[in-house]
Design a protein around this ligand. Structure first.
Ligand code: SAM
Length: 297
């Protein structure tokens, strides 16, 4: 059984030199060079020999080697074609890894999971390219793919936004969306010197474990997320103004005020003060009003 040999500054520098590799800032390339952090990520993800792991952005294959050691199968999706020959060399000792040269945001993950995921627990594990952190997390959750957990290295500041409580400046649409679909747990904080090149920001490893069912019941999930979007688009405005001003929502002032009162909230309340449960109650109150109006017309 092959053992990971990447994951330190020396071997990383050697392989990069061998292939004349130039880091691409636009792809968020900060490679891990600390074996303790790599072991921590794999442990945080709780990878087992029953699992299919999807790795987003394998880079030169450092984390991939650790994942291949512990998982049944690894699919590593890398956008940068210059890294593919390097990955062919560094991952040669493992026959359970497939490298896919694609943009994860454009890939049809649903078909891949249908084909490869049967009978396996699917885990996403990645040292994410930071420029796609929020879109990729949102996409993985919203698409309701059969994914058990997502363990990713992200900017510390984004991890704080995910875990933020109502009424704090970090609280927003991302905090609410993650809470709706998953439970989140911080697994490690990682200093800048564990990467090559060093990023400008501190990093955190976080695990999102998908809930079997959304954590609140709502009549209309689309409406719930539109209300959340409207509330945080105009963060400094009252909830009434945020919802009534949103072009993508059909409610007038009177309807919004009625629903807010029905939920026992003050008319001056701002969206940032509401918990996920309160947003769900408000969404249901507005949805009921709408169906009553529909029936009357
Ligand atoms: N996993 C490696 C490690 O930890 O050393 C590299 C992590 S580096 C932060 C992010 C990687 O994601 C880079 O290899 C980059 O080329 C790749 N990447 C960036 N955007 C991507 C995308 N849209 N789809 C797939 N891979 C992407």
């Amino acid at each position: 059984m092959a053992e990971p040999y990447l994951g330190n500054a020396k071997s990383t520098a050697e392989i990069l030199r061998k292939y004349d590799f130039v880091f691409q800032k636009r792809f968020g390339q900060n490679f891990l060079i600390d074996p303790h952090v790599l072991e921590k990520i794999v442990r945080a993800a709780a990878v087992t020999k029953e699992d299919l792991v999807i790795e987003i952005g394998p880079g030169i294959g450092t984390l991939t080697q650790y994942l291949a050691r512990d998982a049944c199968e690894v699919l590593a999706v890398e956008i940068d074609k210059k890294l593919i020959p390097i990955l062919q060399e560094t991952l040669a000792p493992w026959d359970n890894v497939t490298v896919i040269n694609e943009d994860i945001l454009k890939m049809d993950l649903e078909s891949v999971l249908r084909e490869k995921g049967e009978g396996k627990l699917v885990r996403i594990v990645a040292n994410l390219p930071y420029y796609i952190t929020t879109p990729i997390i949102m996409e993985l959750l919203e698409k309701k793919l059969p994914i058990h957990s997502i363990t990713v290295m992200i900017q510390k500041e984004v991890a704080e936004r995910i875990l933020a409580e109502p009424g704090t400046p970090e609280y927003g649409a991302l905090s609410l969306a993650v809470r709706y679909y998953a439970s989140a747990e911080i697994k490690a904080n990682v200093p800048k010197n564990c990467f090559m090149p060093r990023p400008n920001v501190d990093s955190t490893v976080i695990t999102l474990t998908r809930n079997e069912r959304p954590s609140v019941d709502v009549r209309d999930e689309g409406l719930l997320f539109s209300i959340i979007k409207a509330s945080f688009n105009q963060r400094r405005k009252t909830l009434v103004n945020g919802i009534k001003n949103a072009a993508f929502l059909p409610f007038g002032r009177e309807e919004v005020e009625k629903a807010i009162v029905e939920c026992g909230l003050p008319l001056t309340v701002r969206g940032e003060a509401l918990s996920l449960n309160q947003f769900a109650e408000l969404s249901d109150a507005l949805s009921r009003q709408y169906s009553i109006k529909d029936r009357a017309e």
